[in-house]
Design a protein around this ligand. Structure first.
Ligand SMILES: [Zn+2]
Length: 484
């Protein structure tokens, strides 16, 4: 094992984490790590099974006298995000992750560490191995491919688990319980377009850029501007003042990112370009005031375009497109009435691309309440219908509705007070977690998520706070005893 980790407490957890670092396990390639888990189960004479997707469950009988307790599931995901700094040579498929200890934190050398979710897995393996803990019957659930689309959790079959209470060990702040997450679903919009020649006119490129963007779940409540919506708004303002023809409209590149830049090409008589520029400038300056606190680097540009680009849209197509983009909702649509700061429902207008005969628009909606998610999508569908567009709405992933009356939450709060001298902060997140999918397959499953303190997961700056790992494990051990 890496010498850096030797001597850290609790020893058995760090021993397993050290082994995990040595086994390549990027998303989609976590089989070897699964084999390690199964090897451990065999060595300990425990029952195990692996489903077609690669998910593994290991069962461990209760400690003496505790077999009447309800079964508790400990869950974590086997895969990790593999990212490295561009100046680092590293083959994630072959080489071990090199851990370093710095100011009380463990981090990797220029790569992601995989403490998300490696520490959770190591904690589960340490519990699995221990002969001295007090607990009821246990199941250890190891899922595959969480990071790229929750596919492991999505493919679990009902019947794979017996337990009715589940602790997900994939949270990133010691002292916090997560008790809910958002469900999400995309809408792919297709708006048919006609194009029509415009005669001799000048072609201009209008850009909005420098916006902060961010994750469409985690950052949606921070009041950041959506570059696509803003560009549509500028064009609508211009339309109020003078006729022009739109040829290009584009921006955004990920369904789960708030778009940071967008651009359009418009055609108008060269003699009116100066006038257009001043209308746009005046509109942008006003918008900038609205966002002055959040979007300090917001910028725009308007310049003669060198491109010979596509023909402009027919006026009716142009009206439909700009109208549709203005009407689609963006941002927070509802806050949770009881959990302070939790976004309940939101929508992100994420991507726009123009093809010769159609516009493609992607929207990403989220809600912790299934019916509210359905309502937003219905809303989008109706807006599309009114604009003459088609909305394709593939099935999304379910949310996990917070249950403030959960019996396990009550029990674990008592344990938290005993271990740390204060109750945990209870929250939920406006993004997807495996609990949403697992809760859907196993109705009535009482779930909670917690973990040690991990910063900057998914990036080479990822690090885990050593002291928090000890606290996390102590809490986990006490929680298992309290529930037995
Ligand atoms: Zn994770």
């Amino acid at each position: 094992m890496s010498e850096v980790l030797a001597g850290l407490k609790p020893e058995s957890l760090w021993k397993h984490f050290g082994r995990i670092l040595e086994i390549p396990h990027c998303s989609g390639r976590e089989k070897a790590l699964g084999d390690y888990v199964i090897g451990e189960a065999k060595r300990l004479n425990l029952d195990w099974k692996r489903d077609e997707a690669g998910n593994i469950v290991v069962s461990k009988p209760a400690s003496p006298g505790r077999d009447r307790a309800e079964t508790v599931i400990l869950q974590g995901h086997l895969d990790m995000v593999c990212e490295k700094n561009s100046d680092v040579q590293h083959d994630f498929g072959k080489q071990p992750i090199i851990a370093e200890l710095k100011n009380g934190w463990v981090q990797a050398r220029g790569t992601t560490l995989g403490s998300d979710n490696g520490i959770g897995l190591a904690a589960a393996l340490a519990v699995m191995e221990s002969g001295s803990l007090v607990h009821g019957p246990l199941e250890f659930l190891f899922t595959v491919d969480e990071e790229t689309g929750l596919t492991g959790a999505r493919k679990i079959q009902p019947g794979f688990l017996k337990g009715t209470r589940m602790m997900n060990l994939d949270s990133e702040e010691l002292g916090t319980f997560t008790i809910g997450c958002a469900g999400g679903a995309d809408t792919e919009i297709t708006l048919p377009l006609r194009r029509q020649p415009a005669g001799k006119q000048g072609r201009y490129l209008l850009k909005v850029l420098g916006f902060r963007g961010g994750h469409s779940g985690i950052d949606i409540h921070l009041g950041r501007a959506n570059a696509l919506k803003l560009l549509a708004r500028l064009l609508a303002e211009l339309e109020e003042n003078m006729p022009f023809r739109l040829a290009v409209f584009e921006g955004g590149n990920k369904h789960n990112a708030i778009p940071r830049e967008a651009w359009a090409e418009i055609l108008l008589p060269e003699s009116r370009a100066g006038e257009a520029e001043s209308v746009l400038k005046e509109s942008f300056d006003k918008i900038k005031v609205e966002y002055q606190v959040v979007e300090k680097d917001a910028a725009w540009s308007f310049a003669k375009s060198k491109s010979r680009g596509p023909q402009p849209l027919a006026p009716s197509s142009q009206r439909s497109l700009i109208g549709l983009l203005l009407a689609l909702p963006h941002g927070v649509l509802a806050m949770h009435p009881e959990i302070a700061g939790l976004v309940e429902t939101s929508n992100n207008v994420a991507i726009v691309r123009l093809k010769p005969a159609r516009a493609q628009i992607t929207c990403s909606s989220r809600s912790s309440i299934a019916s509210a998610l359905r309502a937003v999508r219905l809303n989008i569908k109706v807006i599309c219908r009114m604009a003459g567009a088609k909305a394709h709405q593939p099935e999304g992933y379910p949310g996990w509705m917070p249950d403030l009356n959960s019996p396990m939450l009550k029990a674990l709060q008592d344990v938290h007070v005993r271990v740390f001298g204060k109750p945990a902060v209870v929250g939920a997140i406006h993004a997807g977690l495996e609990c949403g999918l697992i809760g859907e397959k196993f109705p009535g499953m009482d779930m909670i998520s917690f973990g040690p303190t991990i910063q900057h997961p998914h990036s080479p700056e990822e690090r885990v706070y050593v002291e928090s790992v000890d606290g996390f494990f102590t809490f986990l051990v006490q929680a298992l005893s309290a529930l037995s």
